[in-house]
Design a protein around this ligand. Structure first.
Ligand code: NAD
Ligand code: ZN
Length: 351
């Protein structure tokens, strides 16, 4: 088993390894006295892993109850959040109890937000079962739900008590989910680790998953530590996401997050290169995306992307901060006026 320690106001450990779901109760008992544990999961994960999680919790003296919601981003809403709150009340959960988020990023964000708000906050544990959840969403404490007006518009920072990642669960993931994880790993490589980038960009990374997840968690941790509230260095993790989020929304979410981010990373690198901010060529990103079955371009115009990007919440006043990859393994933040941002997008979205 590999362990990454995440520092901060409430430090926690990320445990990564094969067969860890069986040890969930045991590991949890090391950080919390046995109590009632509400397991929140989705309808695709429940038939695969819920029984095992419940048995592991019972075996370690916990008293588990469970809540299953329909799988998919469409469930990451205030309505499902409220259903969970009412389930927690009916189950008699108190602040001495805890919540277990068993599933991908949707489950982690939704259940994490339920934990952040139930009785003004109860502890929760992340058990990511997607690659994207493991390398990205389960670490850093961002939780929340979507509104019809946009993604992740309501949420809270709430750090987990523990993250338990059983890499064996990735064996049942659909191919598209693995690609989404690959896109975030490419991002981590560009930002902080050229070797990681080369490995993921080769498309041959599916052996040795625990070590790969560990490296990605370390990188994410490096950006989150000291900036839990996303005011400085953590914003570098938005590489590919300024354009990516706009594309996701414009596609009506038919583009997956990873697909949109892959196109976004290439576009943002092209824009930065054409503006003379970097010598890194987008070609290297396009190749890495292609090797992982991720798209290189999208059909949306610069004007559409500009409007969609302005609706995104990361705008402060009349400026937008973008992430500029300087070389593989190093990036910097760059603040642009809205006019300069329009120019940036036009350059990024035209070949
Ligand atoms: N909080 C953060 O910092 C952060 C970071 C990145 C992404 N996110 C959020 O994460 C979400 C995307 O996460 P995701 O891609 O994991 O989506 P997801 O949770 O919807 O999982 C994708 C699909 O895979 C299924 N699934 C999950 N585990 C499985 C398994 N082991 N075997 C078979 N099927 C399985 C799910 O039921 C779902 O249908 C988005 O809502 C995004 O906003 C949050
Ligand atoms: Zn992302």
């Amino acid at each position: 088993m590999k362990t990454v320690c995440i520092p901060g106001e409430a430090p926690y450990r990320v445990l990564i390894g094969e067969g860890l779901l069986r040890k969930l109760g045991e590991e949890l008992r090391a950080v919390h006295v046995p109590c009632r544990a509400a397991v929140v999961t989705d309808s695709a994960v429940a038939p695969l892993y819920l029984a095992q999680a419940l048995a592991a919790l019972r075996g370690a003296g916990f008293d588990p109850v469970h809540f299953v919601f329909p799988a998919g981003e469409a469930s990451k809403t205030a309505e499902t959040w409220l259903d969970i709150q009412r389930f927690l009340i009916r189950s008699g959960l108190t602040r001495a109890d805890l919540l277990v988020a068993l599933g991908g990023g949707v489950t982690g964000d939704l259940a994490g937000f339920a934990a952040a708000t139930y009785q003004r906050g109860i502890p929760f544990v992340q058990v990511p079962t997607t690659l994207l959840g493991a390398v990205d969403a389960s670490v850093g404490g961002k939780t929340g739900v979507d509104l019809p007006e946009g993604k992740n518009l309501v949420g809270a920072f709430h750090q987990p008590l523990l993250v338990v990642c059983d890499t064996d669960t990735f064996a049942t993931l659909p191919e598209r989910c693995l690609r989404d994880g690959a896109a975030e790993m490419l991002k981590h490589g560009v930002l902080a680790d050229a070797d990681l980038f080369e490995k993921v960009a080769s498309g041959r990374w599916r052996d040795g998953l625990p070590a790969l997840v560990q490296r990605n968690v370390e990188i994410k941790c490096g950006f989150v530590a000291g900036d839990e509230r996303d005011r400085g260095r953590r914003q570098l993790l938005n590489f590919g996401h300024t354009v990516g989020h706009a594309l996701e929304a414009l596609s009506g979410y038919t583009l997956s997050h990873g697909e949109a981010v892959a196109v976004g990373m290439a576009a943002e690198t092209r824009a930065a290169r054409k503006m003379g901010l970097t010598n890194l060529s987008e070609t290297i990103i396009l190749k890495g995306a292609e090797a992982n079955g991720l798209p290189a371009a999208c059909g949306f115009s610069f004007a559409e992307v500009y409007q969609a990007a302005l609706r995104d919440k990361k705008r402060t006043d009349e400026r937008i901060t973008v992430c500029v990859p300087l070389r593989l393994g190093e990036a910097a933040l760059h603040s642009l006026s809205l006019d300069a941002f329009a120019d940036y997008l036009e350059k990024g979205l035209t070949a």
